[in-house]
Design a protein around this ligand. Sequence first.
Ligand code: NAP
Length: 273
Amino acid sequence: MEQLETRACLFAHPAKHSLSPAMHNAALGFLGIAARYEARDVPPESLAAEFKALRNSSLWGVNLSIPHKEAALELVDGMGVEARAMGAINTVLNQNGSLHGLNTDAPGFMAALLEAGCNPSGLVVMVLGAGGAARGVCWALQQAGAEVHLWNRSPARARQLCDGFGLNFVSDFDLETHVRASSLLVNTTSVGLGNPLESPLSDGILPNSGWVCDIVYRPLETKLLKDARARGLTGIDGLGMLVHQGALALKAWTGRDAPVKVMRQAALTQLKT
Ligand code: NAP
């Protein structure tokens, strides 16, 4: 059997349970591109050395996941104005040793919303969380013309994001009111990840109507989504964003339109293992 050369990687810590290798390798196979994608566990203290090695490698580039999306800003040679405004990158293009940062989380998130029939233009949106993923999500929502309200467990981090982006800060005290009044709630915290019994919101607190999107995709049906659907709200799971951000990264590396359906099926199959 032909030994495929690794041409793209995920840098994450931990990296073991990532769906990206299954998703990208299925796409590369479908497109007939003789290359493979692999996940590498890169702890924060090794990130700079990995970026240095990337410059001299034959890799097209890398994806970045927790905890590298913000730290990597300092390690690339340039980035688009959008990625700079977001303050987080999840994709790097290696252009003959020069590293260019991109954020495909934001357009990936937007593609997933639209695919689910949710156009956020003009909506009042409540976002939970202020980490790396929240930056792309809030930026995309704002660009689409939504009114964005933001809550985070650590208020200082929420304040910083609100000040930087011009979002409305929501305190613990006001959270319930703002959640109920929103017509799209987006969870960008990691609460619920790997625990189907855990939700970022206390029982019974949900929007009165509209959509609830949870970008956590393991499990696919988080407690938040289950509660929302039981209340008659429309749930949007995290798989759409994952697949679309991956498809956009693959297109940036190869110039080819990525097979979104193939990638979704591969990710779903991997999730069930
Ligand atoms: P991150 O930068 O580490 O941020 C984590 C966020 O979760 C912070 O806002 C943090 O609040 C909050 N949090 C953690 N534990 C909490 C708790 N017990 N109670 C309340 N809030 C808590 O991570 P990230 O990159 O933003 O990723 C967040 C989640 O999104 C992860 O589950 C990741 O898998 C998912 N994600 C999905 C996609 C997708 O394509 N679907 C893409 C990116 C990320 P503090 O600031 O208070 O610590």
